[in-house]
Design a protein around this ligand. Structure first.
Ligand code: XMP
Ligand code: MG
Length: 190
């Protein structure tokens, strides 16, 4: 029997240039981050804030990898407008459902590119009087950073190239790919 993951992979295979972070690498790193966070937080219960839609896969796996009781919240923000590079102008599309005052907030991000979105988000959350705000990001592009953001937990540093999969999309496609991969230029040129 073919797993759902394998089926998705084969349907997209011809569009992917190469695997950037494999399913196994994601699984191992997520478990490591989960343990590290449990050790750092101890008795403090983190409130996970997943950033939609890109972080949804990482959020689901990460929440189950933290051996601590956590609560899950989601925010949706838009920074891109029509272009493919971040403007730093951020709009809240969906806000948190609960008050975070006094809570230990852990923002769960898919990828840090310029850092503009995250820097805005951290300031916005800090203004709501949480006990703390930290960030865990699955991916970071060190060569794309424009504003410094204090990200305590990072899964993988990757080259400054547009990647898809494991939540990340190109025109809303490839989010369901089980790994992070580089798109073939022919896909953009279609
Ligand atoms: P900034 O530049 O503000 O952008 O750090 C962060 C957001 O931009 C999106 N992003 C990507 N999405 N492949 C994607 O599918 C990429 O390579 C990529 N780089 C940035 C993403 O939504 C992220 O939260
Ligand atoms: Mg996106």
């Amino acid at each position: 029997m073919t797993s759902a993951g394998a089926r998705t992979t084969s349907l997209y295979e011809s569009d992917i240039e190469r695997v950037v972070v494999s399913e196994d690498e994601i699984r191992v790193k997520t478990a490591e981050l989960g343990k590290q966070i449990a050790a750092d937080y101890g008795e403090r219960e983190p409130l996970l804030v997943g950033v939609l839609k890109g972080a949804v896969m990482f959020m689901a796996d990460f929440a189950r990898a933290v051996p601590l009781p956590t609560q899950l919240e989601f925010m949706a923000v838009s920074s891109y407008g029509a272009s493919t590079s971040s403007s730093g102008v951020v709009r809240i599309l969906k806000d948190l459902d609960s008050d975070i005052a006094g809570r230990h907030v852990l923002v769960v991000e898919d990828i840090i590119d310029s850092g503009l979105t995250l820097s805005w988000l951290c300031r916005n959350l800090a203004a709501r009087n949480p006990a703390s705000v930290e960030v865990v990001a699955l991916l970071r592009k060190p060569d794309a950073i424009k504003v410094p953001v204090d990200v305590r937990y990072v899964g993988f540093d990757i080259p400054n190239e547009f990647v898809v999969g494991y939540g990340l999309d190109y025109n809303e496609r490839y989010r369901d790919l089980p790994y992070v991969g580089l798109l073939k230029p022919s896909v953009y040129e279609r």
